[in-house]
Design a protein around this ligand. Structure first.
Ligand code: UT7
Length: 328
């Protein structure tokens, strides 16, 4: 990639305390632990407290990322929050985080690319730093999916959870940092994963609320097929752009939607499970937060060694996808 080398200077994550287990879901909808575990790999997920919104989760994760990077909030030049569950439509959640952090020198905006949002955010941030426009950029993936989940719909309510992950990006020594970004979209699949109501197409009314149009709606089977196809191909394309091959991967950090989707990516990339971060069992699918939370856990567990080649790959509503190769 051109310009100054850009890498991750610090990571952080935040998970709400409340755990929603499969056993509890059994009392809410017609489902069972065995179905959920075998079809998705999920055992529990975290749910934000009533007083917590996406900016609160983002803020907690950001504090940790700033501390890990060894910089203060006023050194930030830009804050990007990737989310599909902003605190409100306007202002951006990034502006609310900017104020909470006291990041008085930072520009701020939200980015909407669903579960691929964190990788899209990294690509954006990296461009600003590589060109010398900015020195330090905070990229957050944060979602409070419990607020747009219909807990009477067993097709979706077993899948999602809340959380936030954050990273600080800045210049790194030559030979380290991001090597490639492969981003993609296919709007022909927009209907497969969407929140139909509450926007300018179908503004919120008593009827839209009564019909549950403000909830996340998903065609699980079609999204599954797309995910299986795109995870492997996006990762392979990002590797090729970086001049690397599958054998070079030290750690894969995939979007955590379903263990079967992750396993199919591992098969295609010919990787053993111990070269992959998996936490879908503990958190479910946290949309934009899944990859940065897995990355922060890898960091906490000492699984990221200098010179390691990481591949991050995700897919989501839009449809969108993104993959990146990074030398730690
Ligand atoms: O971040 C991106 C967001 N989304 C995703 O990544 C989701 C991708 N899709 C998936 O992960 C899977 O398609 C699901 C986990 C959503 C569903 O798994 P599946 O193996 O594709 O199941 P299915 O949709 O083919 O449904 C199989 C059966 C159906 O019953 P019938 O029609 O065969 O009688 C469903 O009604 O399982 C039933 N079912 C359930 N049963 C118990 C669906 N949800 C549940 C449930 N508990 N929670």
């Amino acid at each position: 990639m051109n310009g100054f080398p850009v890498g991750i200077l610090g990571t952080g994550k935040y998970s709400p305390e409340r755990r929603l287990t499969n056993q509890e879901l059994e009392t809410m909808v017609d489902t069972n632990d065995e179905w959920i575990v075998t079809r998705t790999g999920i055992r529990e997920r975290r749910i934000a407290a009533p007083h917590e919104a996406t900016s609160d989760l983002a803020y907690e994760a950001s504090l940790k990322a700033l501390a890990a990077a060894g910089i203060t909030a006023d050194q930030l030049d830009l804050i990007i929050v990737a989310t599909v569950t902003p605190d409100m439509f306007c202002p951006s959640t990034a502006c609310i985080v900017q104020e909470k952090l006291g990041a008085k020198n930072a520009a701020a905006f939200d980015l909407s690319a669903a579960c691929s949002g964190f990788i899209y955010g990294l690509a954006n941030a990296s461009g600003f730093i590589a060109t010398g426009t900015y020195r330090y950029v905070l990229v957050v993936g944060a979602d409070t999916l419990s607020r747009i989940t219909d807990y009477t719909d067993r097709n979706t309510c077993v899948l999602f959870g809340d959380g936030a992950g954050a990273v600080v990006l800045g210049r790194v020594p030559e030979g380290r940092g991001f090597r490639s970004f492969k981003l993609g979209s296919d709007g022909s699949g927009a209907d497969l994963l969407c929140i139909p109501g509450g926007g300018s197409r179908l503004p919120a009314t008593e009827t839209t609320v009564a019909e549950g149009r403000h909830f996340l709606n998903m065609n699980g089977r079609d999204v599954f097929k797309f995910a299986v196809r795109i995870m492997g191909s996006a990762a392979e394309e990002a590797l090729a752009m970086a001049g690397l091959s599958k054998e070079d991967i030290d750690l894969l950090i995939p979007h955590q939607a379903n263990i079967r989707i992750i396993q199919s990516a591992l098969e295609r990339l010919n990787l053993p499970e111990d070269k992959c971060m998996i936490n879908v069992d503990r958190y479910g699918n946290m949309s934009a937060a899944s990859i940065p939370v897995a990355l922060a856990e890898a960091d906490e567990q000492g699984r990221l060694k200098e010179g390691d080649r990481l591949v991050m790959v995700g897919f989501g509503g839009g449809l969108t996808w993104g993959a990146s190769v990074l030398v730690w």
